[in-house]
Design a protein around this ligand. Structure first.
Ligand code: SF4
Ligand code: SF4
Length: 202
């Protein structure tokens, strides 16, 4: 049979068809296949939308699309909407969702994969300051192997341009000795840098 032949078992959700895969005569991966490949675990077709993940997500109240809706949008091939959404940047990777999921769908990993895809596709981040925070966090780990909060926050402020918010809180924490200018350095910084090198183009 030619045309719309089903290629992958659908688990009760949208099938992946030959039509989905062909663009100008070139075979393309569907968005669902791309995300599944990056997750490299339980496929998103296993989600049966019971919403247990969303019910437990501590940030669902602030999200543009709740976690199980993001899965549905991926199943429907809504790539631009998903990669352009603020939701993928608000996920805190707390893993409450996978703990509650009866099918062990790894939504935290999925959000990670979507953030990577948004950056790779040049879409960038809808939540710019969250991306600046990620970058400052990773830069601090890369340079010392550990977080130095005051230096990381200065880096974040410069990257985000948000110079004065939380200033009072920062000074108050410093006065109480909660922020130290001297941070311990990891013993094996080379090992940390090798991880960065290895995952740079992963
Ligand atoms: S808890 Fe699991 S199966 Fe239920 S909606 Fe969330 S991802 Fe899907
Ligand atoms: S990992 Fe993300 S989506 Fe899952 S519960 Fe935590 S914040 Fe919500």
């Amino acid at each position: 049979m030619t045309g719309n032949k089903i290629l992958v078992k659908s688990y009760g959700c949208l099938p992946v068809t030959e039509d989905d895969r062909t663009s100008n005569g070139v075979n393309m991966k569907t968005f669902l296949e791309e995300v599944n490949e990056k997750i490299n675990g339980v496929p998103l077709q296993r989600c049966y939308h019971c919403r247990k993940c969303t019910a437990g997500c501590p940030l669902a109240f602030a999200m543009e699309h709740n976690p199980n809706k993001v899965i549905r949008m991926i199943q429907m091939g809504m790539k631009n909407e998903v990669l352009g959404s603020s939701t993928i940047w608000l996920c805190a990777s707390c893993e409450t969702c996978i703990t509650r999921c009866p099918n062990e769908v790894d939504i935290a990993r999925m959000m990670d994969a979507l953030r990577e895809m948004a950056i790779a596709a040049g879409v960038g981040a809808r939540e710019k300051n969250v991306l600046s925070f990620h970058e400052a966090f990773l830069a601090s780990i890369k340079s010392r192997g550990r977080i130095n909060e005051p230096f990381m926050m200065v880096d974040y402020k410069l990257k985000s341009g948000d110079l004065f918010s939380d200033m009072g809180l920062g000074i108050s924490m410093f006065m109480k000795g909660k922020l130290s200018l001297v941070s311990p350095k990891t013993r094996d910084l080379d090992a940390v840098r090798k991880i960065f090198d290895k995952t740079k183009n992963a």
